[in-house]
Write a protein that binds this ligand. Structure first.
Ligand code: HEC
Length: 144
């Protein structure tokens, strides 16, 4: 009986690997419209964005190994899709000036109040935990 359940679970696990695999292809995009390029961000700002934000909010995602394994892949794929939909920093130049202003305000709020990156992300990516002082440095830069 126990053995049957285990085999059943193993089969389910294998089948689940074929459901909702992440589409890692990236559309052709204009790299000159990237947020960090357009704003000529200084090195310290680039570093923080690339380590803590770009995995979700851009086309420059560094996929971790578990992004190939369901059910983790479902969560990773969902977060990336949702994040790019809300704010894709690779396509910053396509936003209206008004939208850029609004997203910048949101980012300042995210840095000052620490609601980004997502907690489930920093749990695994410890390097994406941004020290307090750095958060305020970035927020100050964004205010310019
Ligand atoms: C693990 C993926 C992930 C990472 C890493 C991440 N975000 Fe997000 N972000 C999301 C998701 C998903 C949403 C949309 C849902 C939500 O608001 O929770 C979002 C929403 C946002 C929004 C709101 C956009 C809007 O217009 O409403 C801002 C601003 C933001 N993120 C900024 C950042 C910044 C700044 C960083 C880096 C410090 C960052 N995010 C890192 C996943 C991520």
């Amino acid at each position: 009986m126990k053995k049957k359940i285990l085999i059943g679970l193993a089969v389910l696990f294998v089948i689940s690997q074929f459901i909702n695999r992440i589409d890692k292809t990236v559309p052709d995009y204009d790299k000159s419209k990237d947020f960090l390029t357009m704003t000529q961000a200084p090195a310290n700002v680039v570093e923080v964005f690339k380590t803590a934000c770009y995995d979700c909010h851009s086309y420059e995602t560094r996929y971790p190994w578990y992004s190939n394994v369901a059910p983790m892949s479902w969560m990773v794929g969902h977060h990336i899709n949702e994040a790019r939909e809300e704010m894709n920093l690779s396509r910053w130049g396509e936003l209206s000036e008004e939208d850029q202003k609004e997203k910048t305000e949101d980012m300042i709020d995210a840095f000052e109040n620490g609601w980004m990156p997502l907690g489930t992300y920093t749990m695994i990516h410890r390097d994406a935990l941004i020290p307090f002082k750095k958060r305020y440095e970035i927020a100050d830069w964004l205010k310019k």
